[in-house]
Write a protein that binds this ligand. Structure first.
Ligand code: NAD
Length: 457
């Protein structure tokens, strides 16, 4: 039985209670059977009701806070999800409308069509934003007319029960607790799967989906670079990068995890970053940085920092795992003299660590930023928007914040694909996201009275 640790106290205060495989199969069958009626229902009204209930529910918020140990991000997370539901309610009808009939290139033939949702979509999600990442794909799938089975992380299961209390009877959504085994079982029960999590698990999910012959949409890890060129507003760059690298204690896929700064402004930038980082405290002392949610992360952070300092990197702030009230904490940690021999610059750390490396030119910054197995997102700072966007076009990533950092956390409307090992499949963000949950069926209509010239006669 999987034990659930409380990130604030370090205590095991809950046991995971996954469904048996029969119970899971029965849930999937119930959802699948509900899909046709859901397609005919007033989906907008039901989803809006769900969104309003979720936005106002304090039990859900309390459970999210208990799951993650942090309050500010949980309030924001619930707010973002409620906004996202309303956005899909507004956008879905247009995006799902059957195409207008139009003349084909062959005279007499007309092309029309309709849109066919999958019956049952599976969602498997991680622990860093339990509610948001459990629902970010579930909502467009539901809006498209699919039933949805969600399996969130075993690290953060407390929000599931209060969330399920808010699900209207007509909404074919089930959220079940469980660990990897339950996630693997979900893949065998659904018609399409969306996975958010680490690269190694993503590979397993992709393989299982291929065996089941269902589409898999994968949103995986990252090692987001930020580039700061001479001529940038350094104070702005330092403030934005500090937020982008340390919000949610760095436990975000789109966290800035490495910073390349042109040598001419490196020292000034570093001094600003260190000065600002030193002022950002932990939530247990009134600051914004919450505890590490998953205890394993402390080991990764410690290993990456030890490796980096062993190879000549210098830690200016933070740099150690602190123990407060049983929880594990890490202050914003600025590291200089970093280079690509260090795991800190190449592997995902998932902590509030900002390694900074001096570069000789924009070209070197781009080369190093692209020297990664990941390609999730990145950030660029330059004197003009034009220069920054020229840099953005050269980064092998799916989204670039220009003169800001980690904006994909806040803006979900921009379409983006994950490059390299950061993911596979259509865009999760923007209007295209819903296309992952439907198939398009063409109606090829012959309105000509004459026989087709290619028929056998
Ligand atoms: P993880 O891969 O360990 O687990 C993710 C989910 O997969 C969990 O629900 C887990 O129970 C389930 N799982 C485990 N084994 C499975 C299997 N064999 N089959 C099916 N499901 C299985 O990831 P994590 O530690 O929970 O999350 C952190 C990772 O998620 C980081 O790498 C982070 O970058 C990534 N992430 C990516 C995005 C994105 O949008 N690209 C967003 C958030 C987090």
């Amino acid at each position: 039985m999987t034990q659930v640790r409380n990130p604030l106290t370090g205590e095991i205060d809950r046991q995971l209670a996954p469904p048996s495989s029969d119970e899971l199969a029965a849930t999937a069958a119930r959802l699948r059977a509900a899909a046709p009626a859901w397609r005919d229902a007033d989906r907008a009204a039901v989803l809006s009701r769900f969104g309003a209930a979720l936005a106002a529910d304090d039990d859900l918020l309390a459970a999210l806070v208990a799951d993650t140990g942090r309050t500010g991000e949980s309030v924001l997370e619930r707010q973002i999800v409620a906004g996202m539901i309303e956005r899909w309610v507004r956008q879905a009808p247009d995006l799902l409308a059957a195409p207008e009939d139009q003349a084909a290139s062959i005279p007499g033939l007309v092309i029309g069509g309709d849109v066919v949702p999958y019956d049952l979509v599976g969602v498997i999600s991680p622990w860093n934003f339990p509610l948001l990442l459990g629902l970010i794909d579930a909502i467009p799938a539901l809006a498209a007319g699919c039933a949805v089975l969600v399996k969130p992380s075993e690290v953060t299961p407390r929000f599931i029960e209060p969330l399920m209390r808010l699900v209207p009877d007509e909404l074919p959504l089930a959220v079940v607790e469980g660990a990897g085994e339950t996630g693997a079982a979900v893949i065998g029960l659904v018609d399409a799967v969306v996975f958010t999590g680490s690269v190694p698990t993503g590979r397993k999910v992709a393989e299982a989906a291929a065996k089941a012959f269902i589409p898999a949409s994968l949103e995986l890890g990252g090692k987001d670079p930020a580039i700061v060129l001479a001529g940038s507003d350094l104070d702005r760059a330092a403030a934005a990068i500090l937020w982008g690298g340390t919000a949610n204690a760095g436990q975000s896929c789109q966290s800035i995890e490495r910073v390349y700064v042109e040598r001419a402004v490196h020292d000034e930038f570093l001094a600003l970053l260190v000065e600002k980082a030193a002022k950002v405290g932990l939530t247990c002392e009134g600051g914004p940085i919450g505890p590490l949610i998953a205890a394993d992360q402390a080991e990764v952070i410690t290993r990456h920092l030890a490796d980096a300092t062993g190879r000549g990197a210098v830690v200016h702030t933070g740099g150690v795992i602190e123990h407060h009230g049983g929880g594990l904490w890490c202050r914003p940690t600025v590291v200089s003299a970093a280079d690509h021999s260090m795991a800190l610059m190449t592997e995902e750390t998932f902590g509030p660590i900002l390694p900074v490396m001096a570069v000789d030119s924009a070209d070197e910054a781009v080369r190093l930023a692209n020297d990664s197995v990941y390609g999730l997102s990145g950030a660029v700072f330059a004197e003009t928007e034009e220069a920054a966007r020229a840099l953005a076009r050269r980064l092998e990533v799916g989204a670039v914040s220009v003169n800001d950092a980690s904006l994909t956390a806040m803006v979900h409307e921009g379409e983006k694909n994950s490059f390299r090992l950061s993911g596979l499949g259509g865009s999760r963000m923007g209007r295209a996201s819903i296309a992952r949950f439907v198939r398009r069926r063409s109606h090829l209509v012959n309105r000509a009275l004459a026989a087709d010239p290619w028929w056998h006669r």
